[in-house]
Ligand binder design. Structure first.
Ligand SMILES: *Cc1c(COP(=O)(O)O)cnc(C)c1O
Length: 442
């Protein structure tokens, strides 16, 4: 077997090619793409396309690698629910002892539906928490409120007072640290809406500690998402560590430092040293400034846990050419996976069946969906092994910010989701029907 023909884009151990001979595959010999032990074309036959497919083993292994990287410091991982909020995924992580970061009352309900007992490991972030959401979180007894403004602080004090329950509070500070990422997902600069300016934090902590039903417990920070340069994380942490020193001198108890999420993944090509090494470097950058502080570190990874563990499986509906420019029109669209349209994001795209013949031809093509928007594309001028109408493509690294951002634009029902463990696949969200969409309308 000519192993150099294996696509470097595959994300093991979840997604790998295996050589097959003849059978249902038209071209005598070929590589078939598998999720764990299941050929993806089988999943497409059974569940249809577009289809989100996740590797349970990969989710578990990435969680474990993340956890192991921080073994030297007391820590709690609070998986960021917004990256992928499927109940089965949440339940799986809860069983491993994972906590959760939620940014809405709806996400809190999901966590509670997945596991009632998970509430005590929930942190609640977000700039616009309503009184209803704050009250629900107080009733659930969550671990920490990451408060993002003075107004929110007083709203929380009011809700807590009404329930006669003490709210555990951290202020999300904005460290004014620039992180190299897409401007829409950078959050740690003064000009962004998130958090309170770090130099105003002390005054606000003083106010918080004077409120009867608030209890200061920590400091929180989150500088953005898809950050692949580790340095800004360390810089933000150093500023937070200085603040913690000052707050302790002011008489506050600081038990938690919440470092947020944001560790990026390698969309363009898999990291050569592997996830364990990447996350170990991240852990060192965070842990260094905290060395002498005696706090519990809270971490809110989303993308780095689940991004590479999921793909979007899609079928080619048509091949077409406009004045020589090639297009593959596929049955998935921007409503199913909006990242390319929203951020110009890159996703590796690979055929589910590849010829073993090293001379097999490739072509340069756009891969687009059926939605009536020019922004409805998955890739532009991408070199790809030539695929025919009816063949399947896998859009990689779609586990995070994929299904959660799906919409019904163009009255397109959202895809089904399937979770694979070894040789078994189970549907974890059924495909939506048009009747589901019409039901809520009068
Ligand atoms: C989005 C978000 C995260 C998760 O970010 P990732 O880049 O997916 O790790 C964590 N914390 C907060 C407050 C967030 O808004």
């Amino acid at each position: 077997m000519s192993s150099q023909r294996q696509s470097p884009a595959v994300r093991p151990p979840g997604f790998v090619y295996r050589e097959t001979k003849g059978g249902i595959l038209r071209r005598g010999g070929s590589f078939a793409l598998l999720c764990e032990e299941i050929p993806l074309h089988k999943l497409a036959e059974q569940y249809g396309t577009p289809l989100y497919v996740y590797s349970a083993t990969m989710i578990r292994e990435r969680y474990e690698a993340f956890d192991a990287a921080f073994r030297d410091v007391p820590h709690t991982i609070c998986y960021s629910v917004k990256a992928n909020s499927n109940l089965t995924v949440l339940r799986m992580l809860a069983r491993k002892g994972c906590g959760f970061d939620v940014v809405s009352g709806g996400e809190l309900e999901r966590v509670l539906a997945a596991d009632r007992k998970a509430a005590k490991q929930v942190v609640f972030s977000g700039v616009g928490k309503t009184r209803e959401e704050l009250t629900a979180a107080l009733k659930a007894g969550i671990m920490l409120f990451n408060v993002e403004s003075e107004s929110e602080l007083w709203a929380l004090a009011e809700c807590a007072g009404r329930l006669r329950k003490t709210a555990p509070v951290a202020l999300r500070v904005n460290p004014d640290v620039a992180a190299e990422t897409h401007p829409y997902i950078s959050t740690g600069l003064r000009k962004h809406k998130f958090g309170v300016p770090i130099h105003e934090a002390r005054a606000l902590y003083a106010k918080a500690s004077g409120a009867r039903y608030l209890k200061v417990r920590g400091v929180s920070v989150h500088i953005g998402s898809q950050i692949t340069d580790i340095a800004p994380f360390g810089e933000a942490m150093a500023r937070v560590a200085d603040l913690v020193g000052e707050l302790r001198l002011d008489g506050h108890n600081i038990d938690y430092i919440d470092a947020g999420g944001g560790l990026g993944i390698a969309y363009e090509k898999p990291s050569s040293r592997g996830f364990s090494a990447d996350v170990a470097a991240y852990a060192r950058a965070l842990a260094d400034p905290l060395r002498r502080l005696d706090v519990r570190l809270l971490l809110e990874p989303g993308r780095s846990i689940i991004g590479p563990a999921g793909i979007l499986l899609t079928s080619v509906i048509y091949r077409k050419q406009n004045d020589g420019k090639r297009f593959l029109v596929v049955d998935a669209a921007m409503n199913d996976l909006i990242r390319p349209a929203l951020y110009g994001a890159y996703h590796e795209i690979i055929p589910v069946t590849q010829s073993v013949n090293p001379a097999a031809k490739s072509e340069v093509t756009d891969i687009v969906g059926p939605v009536c928007e020019t922004g409805d594309f998955f890739a532009r001028d991408r070199e790809l092994p030539a695929v025919e109408e009816g063949e399947l493509l896998a859009i990689l690294d779609a586990g995070a910010y994929g299904m959660v951002l799906a919409s019904n634009y163009n009255t397109r029902p959202r895809p089904a989701e399937v979770l694979v463990t070894g040789k078994s696949a189970k549907i974890i969200r059924r495909r939506e029907k048009v009747s589901d969409l019409l039901r809520a309308e009068l």
